[in-house]
Write a protein that binds this ligand. Sequence first.
Ligand code: NAD
Length: 297
Amino acid sequence: MTAQVIDGKAFAATVRGKVADHVAKLKDEHGITPGLAVVLVGEDPASQVYVRSKGKQTVEVGMNSYEHKLPADTDEATLLALIEQLNNDPEVHGILVQLPLPKHLDEDLVINSITPSKDVDGFHISNVGLLGTGQKSMVPCTPLGCLMMLRDYHGSLSGMNAVVIGRSNIVGKPMAQLLLNDSCTVTIAHSRTKDLPEVVRRADIVVAAVGRPEMVPGEWIKEGATVIDVGINRIEKPEGGTRLVGDVDYASCVKVAGAITPVPGGVGPMTIACLLANTVTACCRANGLTEPQGLTA
Ligand code: NAD
């Protein structure tokens, strides 16, 4: 069997198209333009690339983008004052603070200072609690993207055995919660899990979010299972230079899985698309308007 490849790049383009349609409707019918504010502290090169890409895609779907770049030595009071200003700005519907923050800043404190309804990353403790109790919340973008692709491929996920490898607050735990909310039987595996291959072999759905290049081989995958690879790892090529690989050994898994996301071009492009989706959702909720269909959990 050769797995069907789930094309995250194409899927993300569809999501962006739906967001753009809804943004146009908000402008035409209500004179409202959704706005996303992104705050970057310091000069981390990867973060700069992400922030640039987020700003560009925000404008491409017709929304307003507000970028706030602060020096690496910004103190906590200055950052919190900026967040407070954005919390109170009616033109700003979504606020994202690019992580990681410089070490002297308390990430939890900063994230929890964002008004939950504008927390488009879904990391605020209120949103975590709402998701955990199955209530309407802002959902973290990467797991939301994975869920959208799984729903698109399977329709209903009800009753499926899902194994999430990784228990981070930004991917593993919210992913498991979303799958549970969709009535999967969910196992969260992590660095202390005993007999990981056997645990993974029981899964109809495997989500790998570990950060270890190609650690999941095809022998761990049940025939026909759906494999979602969240990992983004840069490795050296034997001939020199580098390339991106996931947490899954694609070459062996593609032979046994029923469906699989590639790296690059799978989960990655969905993350920013879901950030845009969350911003339009936040804008609709703030204005008491109907939310776009299929863009949230
Ligand atoms: P993290 O380091 O916060 O968490 C990794 C998790 O993997 C931990 O919970 C740990 O228990 C588990 N783990 C570590 N070694 C293990 C092992 N040997 N066996 C089983 N579990 C093990 O990482 P994260 O932030 O969740 O990110 C995971 C991966 O996803 C990284 O490669 C990251 O770059 C990628 N990522 C991609 C996107 C995207 O947009 N596609 C977004 C976020 C993260």
